[in-house]
Design a binder for this molecule. Sequence first.
Ligand code: HAM
Length: 417
Amino acid sequence: MIQKPKGTKDILPEESYKWQYIEKKIQELFKNYGYKEIRVPVFENTELFQRGVGDTTDVVQKEMYTFDDKGGRSITLRPEGTAGIVRAYIENGMASMPSPVKMFYNMAMYRYENVQKGRLREFHQIGAEVFGTSSYMADVESITMANEIFNILNIPNIELTINSIGCPTCRAEYQKALKTFLQKNIDKYCYTCQTRFDKNPMRILDCKEEKCKELNQGAPIILDYLCEECKTHFENVKKLLTELGIEYKVDPRIVRGLDYYTKTVFEFISKDEGYTVLGGGRYDGLVKELDGQETPALGFALGMERIVEIYEKYNKENMIKPEVPKLYIAEIGEKANNLATILVKKLREKGLNVQKDITEKSIKAQFKYADKIKAEYVLTIGEDEINNNKAKLKNMETGEETEVELTVEDICGHINE
Ligand code: HAM
């Protein structure tokens, strides 16, 4: 038997309705904040991620699904959404749209990761990006919207952590201090960290190797090196969050795993699961880096697999139910089958979930099936019913039977009571 590739998941019908519910709730929220959906290709030219995400990140160095296509172009399955959306923003001249431009997405991502709980190779992100504002108010609006996701989904025990990783100006100062600290023990770090020392020492702070994490203890923190502008920006973000009553913790160790971030970065962490459910931040340099005009921007993405998992955990009692058929029409004999087929078609045209047999089951098996699929009502049609133009409609929950006319109007009138 051929099995699915490692790190992928089938989302089966008994689960997909929960995904649809969560996606709908989040997308409604995003729409209220003025976001519109964007869809971009699953694969992009590899250079986009090398330049956008950064060629010293784990994502680019270790985790990308990259291959040459038949035309010899290097192609990569998107490991994240932001780079592709920035490319689309530039390529489609969106800078001329009324600013800010707010876009959301719901897309599959691909990373060759060590597979573990909550860490897959194909996973899904819902994200939101806003272009054309450098104001701290945009950071706060984005964080507020992210925070609201957990409220509307009734998910507790989520901790918001924020940090500022400054701009290229303050980062230059910081990197000097960081290098002096790292230099002392650089030969004890893992090989990857050693290769990152010259080009991008901040990436060393993001290393997941235990020995490197230990060596990083006591490293200088960027917050102590922020320039006036970045400091004021961060202070304003914190002040407004406090005024809005949004609880947060400043964690100076958040550097995020992607190179494009500037100033505010944030993560929403599930205290129970111990993983980050949602991550994001500002990336004021990325549009320019990818050959667009200088455009401040920011955004975030949340992992759908992770949010579905915790949603299920906390909403056991009031879990949404999968949709069940409103009506099942059971029939016996050719004439009844024809009439049932016509009725089902007309009732479906009215937007109702109505089912009938398409497998030539016996009448007994049809009843059994209607019961199994939890149809709310069952209407039974045979020769007598056709002659009288009347049939019994059974409410499957109460067992109550009513006689209805075999017309769409009368059936609708009864099942929609
Ligand atoms: P990220 O932190 O790499 O950020 O991913 C965001 C979220 O996607 C994570 O918090 C996690 O919930 C989920 N996620 C990431 N990797 C996996 C995986 N292997 N398996 C399951 N879930 C995963 C970004 O991707 C940025 N593009 C976010 C962003 C948007 N920043 C600004 N705009």
